[in-house]
Design a protein around this ligand. Sequence first.
Ligand SMILES: C[S@@+](CC[C@H](N)C(=O)[O-])C[C@H]1O[C@@H](n2cnc3c(N)ncnc32)[C@H](O)[C@@H]1O
Length: 357
Amino acid sequence: MTAPDARGDALFCTCRAGFEPELAGELSERAALAGLAGYARTQRNSGFVEFFCEQADELSRSLPFDTLIFARQKLLRLAELRGFDPRDRITPIVDALAALPPALYGELWVEHPDSDAAKPLAGLARSFGNALRPALRKAGVLARADDARKPRLHVVFLDGDHLVLARSDAQDDSPWPQGIPRLRMHAEAPSRSALKLEEALLTLLREDERARLLRDGMRGADLGAAPGGWTWVLVRNGLHVTAIDNGPLRQHLLDSGRVDHLRADGFQWQPRTALDWMVCDMVEQPRRVAERMATWMREGWCRHTVFNLKLPMKKRWEETRLCLDLFRAQAGPLAVLRARQLYHDREEITVFASARR
Ligand SMILES: C[S@@+](CC[C@H](N)C(=O)[O-])C[C@H]1O[C@@H](n2cnc3c(N)ncnc32)[C@H](O)[C@@H]1O
């Protein structure tokens, strides 16, 4: 068994399997901008990236979770344990924690990366927490009752005899295990894409923003709306929606009395009066989409937007940065700009922006 490090030595971030190079590129660039030296280590399709850095704690503070695009979860790595006897996984964990500076954790999450190789570990991750919790409480490392104000302890299984111990702060991480919100597909939703906008509103907007920015009676446009999943989500949030697409929308949306369907080009159409929201899921070159979205914001045609940037090309991190820079440069003053590869996103990222006015 390798000896555990006595302090956080790396960021441990999970991502969509296959997007490790994008996350590694993002972390490397952000660390360099923060003036902190380090290097990324990962394997293709592993679903995670470790970024080793002498000042990992400081790096974590410099890279708030909600500013990261390709990370589903951001943890501070405390120790890596491998080669232990799978018949007793508890003792090595308790021993490793005892060797670290004393800490009291408020919660324990047992997880595994979201990769094909790690999927067989799901059962172990589900059951192991119940066995480990009492031992950690007895050792005085875990609070007697869950306490979200204290740091959270993560045990991330990479194999049956290989795990990472890590820490996160409840204000600066994903509030869902593995960074995956469990959303159910609604029977009435016209498409699975509805889950994407639902997740975007849940993760890219804070609770107070959702209450303030999404209100009954607001007006929005959906560019590239068919068959209507995103329009349906907006209508459920109380909006009246102009849905732009040459393709057909589900009849029940048209029957709701809250949707106007226009067969028009989403890159040409503009509203007669300013709208509260514009969302866009058109499959197009990301730069073209970013430019059009920036025009909407700059011209004041909408105040808030959620849009997707499809990233089918090889240099996806570079393209992401370029598109967001372009949007930022052309959109006029922004109050908020957040982007993330959502769990329901495939080869794409989702952006939320709000105008400052
Ligand atoms: C991924 S689908 C949208 C799915 C939709 N968000 C949902 O939740 O059901 C992309 C849509 O964009 C439309 N589209 C692509 N280019 C367009 C354009 N220039 N103008 C209008 N619609 C466009 C396509 O017809 C297609 O229906």
